[in-house]
Write a new protein. Sequence first.
Length: 196
Amino acid sequence: MVAKERTRHMEQSTAKTECLSMKPRDVLSDILRQGAQQMLAAAIENEVTEYIGCHAGWRDDEGQRLVVRNGYLPARQIQTGLGLVAVQTECPSSVIPLVVRVLASPESPEDLRVLAVRVLGRSRERVVLETLLQIVNGGRSMLGRPKLAPHSPIVVAAVETLADTWGTNPQASDMLALARASSDPDIRRAARAIRS
């Protein structure tokens, strides 16, 4: 009887362990997948809107617009070979302009912009540095001194990425010096962060 009870307890314990070990990975995968889908959708939407705006004046002989939006199809599932987890390790150069557009757009949801910072975290492309500097640059104080942008999750993520990837760049170093002297503990911590 004791052996049966011990076996049943071990089976339950093993089942719980397997269940616990799978759930966080599945939840994280779902979050990453959803974030990637939202980021890609926002990037494409921004690109389409920009294209339509640039060609709004194009008309045919009858005065009809040549470039118009035809509406939206129902959502559908597609499988791509590019996963967000892989992108977070190294962002392909062909994707960088789309991700930068999402990051630079104040209309993009904040969580997508933070995710975009993380995706661009290992890129050494100049456009990434310029975009990150724009995000953390708060302009000048009343005394004419440079200052950081106000605290936000995007600014904290951008400071952390600058510290990790661009720490030796002179422009990034200036902003990181301001961040290290900040009264905000999150920004100070991000300026010192070095990921491996």
